[in-house]
Design a protein around this ligand. Structure first.
Ligand SMILES: [Zn+2]
Length: 461
């Protein structure tokens, strides 16, 4: 697309706007792009872009994957633009692209890493062709925003440019069938001891063969619709995996990645299966960019899964783990509940997952709670569950439906005063499961638990 007068007006306005925002110490993460798109609606198509562009999309994990790719690249002295501190919709992507060009619109960088919201595909891909597009997974998400997975996979297939090479989760049958005409490679994890024949989860987003509507046969299920399946009637089945983790050694935190006939050993920085998928997708991308196994592994080893999502510390022998569990997102929540129940030792759980907050301007409805596996919290090793926040009564109903003994449950509106009832005797780990919008509350709760543990110790002495 040619650069029109409108384009320059949009670019210069956005550049001056960025400068002003900087002077007033405001973050220029969204408004320059929003302005540019207002003045010139096809701005993303007209702006000069880096030669290589990596886009990352999917229901869960896209921020984590982008962060890891960016950190490894930075560690290896690559120069690139990204929307790490910006938004992942069209305005955020436009803002990032603006930061990568000169005042006259010439591209200054050769590489871009872009997190792209699935729902924004129609506003971005007609104007921008990613060299590689990673899709981490596709699950049911906010009903109001994302409707259902067929709708999301439908818009992705419709709008992903034909020349984009796809890097797809091959263990996700919805993802593996995106844009079937495009060149692709799959990443995945070989069968695990913990995989089951039957699905333990409430929700599974693909049950019937998309080609002939016959009920799919799952060879094994990992969680929800993640696993391996085939259609008993036609040729539809899970694909062969190109980047396959064959040996997961969680004791020593190592994995073997089989790439064709070659095997490479990598260190793991998380024992959470969702993050292991994220790590494999990151390695697959970095390999395409030409990084060696050593370069990738040495840099990956230095990383930590970003603190806002997961923290752990031990106070006088009691562990405190904070874990992001997104409300409205049933699969993200269920994975965290599963991680919590399987974590060794006796646990107390402080649950402040919510869908009502000023930041989200109210809530849609509570249906997501009934797609979430609260049943996982009904576990012998979980000795107490404290549920608080605006949705505490909805949560209580759901926990009771899941069969959790009411004597184990503390329910109260005010989060921090509910925490007063935490019983630490015999508890090895306190889990604080919080939402994206309750970061400050999470920190306050963590501090309070720390003090409670220390006081308990004094009393005993
Ligand atoms: Zn079929």
């Amino acid at each position: 697309m040619k650069k029109s007068f409108r384009f320059y007006l949009a670019l210069w306005g956005a550049k001056i706007g960025t400068l002003l925002l900087k002077i007033f110490r405001r973050n220029a993460t969204f408004f320059p792009g929003k302005f540019a798109l207002k003045v010139c609606p096809d701005f993303i198509g007209r702006i000069q872009k880096p030669k290589t562009m990596i886009a990352v999309t999917g229901t869960n994990g896209k921020t984590t994957v982008c962060n890891m790719i960016e950190d490894v690249l930075k560690d290896n002295k690559y120069d690139f633009i990204d929307n790490k501190y910006g938004s992942n919709i069209d305005a955020g992507v436009a803002t990032t692209l603006i930061s990568g060009v000169s005042f006259m619109g010439k591209s200054k960088k050769d590489l871009a890493i872009l997190e792209v919201d699935e729902r924004s595909a129609p506003k971005i891909y007609p104007y921008l062709t990613p060299t590689y597009l990673v899709c981490t997974n596709l699950f049911r998400d906010s009903l109001m925003r994302n409707a259902h997975t067929e709708f999301i996979s439908g818009i992705l297939t419709k709008y992903i440019p034909k020349d984009t090479i796809l890097i797809l989760n091959g263990d996700d049958l919805i993802v593996s069938n995106l844009a079937p005409e495009n060149k692709r490679m799959y990443f995945g994890i070989d069968r695990l001891d913990t995989d089951t024949e039957e699905c333990e989860n409430i929700s599974r987003d693909i049950i019937a063969c998309p080609k002939c509507d016959t009920k799919l046969v799952y060879d094994y299920v990992r969680y929800n619709h993640i696993g391996k399946a085939h259609c008993p009637k036609c040729d539809f089945k899970s694909p062969e995996i190109d980047y396959l983790a064959t040996k997961l050694d969680l004791e020593n935190m190592k994995m073997t990645l089989k790439i064709g006939e070659r095997e490479e050993e990598y260190d793991l920085i998380s024992d959470n299966i969702i993050n292991i998928y994220n790590i494999i997708s990151v390695i697959t991308v970095l390999k395409q960019l030409g990084l060696s196994k050593e370069q990738i592994n040495e840099s990956l080893k230095k990383l930590k899964i970003v603190d806002t999502r997961y923290t752990e510390e031990t106070v006088n022998g009691v562990k405190i783990i904070t874990h992001l569990a997104k409300g409205i997102n049933p699969i993200a929540c269920s994975r965290v509940f599963d991680y919590t129940r399987k974590y060794k030792g006796n646990k107390a759980v402080f649950l402040i997952v919510d869908d009502l907050h000023e930041a989200v301007k109210g809530s849609e409805n509570t249906s997501w709670q009934y797609d979430t596996d609260y049943e996982f919290l009904n576990d012998e090793s979980i000795k107490q569950i404290i549920i608080a926040g605006a949705r505490y009564l909805d949560g209580l109903v759901r926990l009771e439906m899941a069969g959790v003994n009411k004597e184990k449950i503390v329910y109260e509106r005010d989060e921090l005063s509910a925490l007063d009832k935490l019983k630490l005797e015999g508890i090895d780990t306190v889990f604080i499961l919080h939402d994206l919008y309750s970061m400050e509350l999470k920190d306050a709760a963590k501090n309070k638990v720390e003090v409670m543990i220390k006081n308990l110790d004094k009393k005993e002495k």
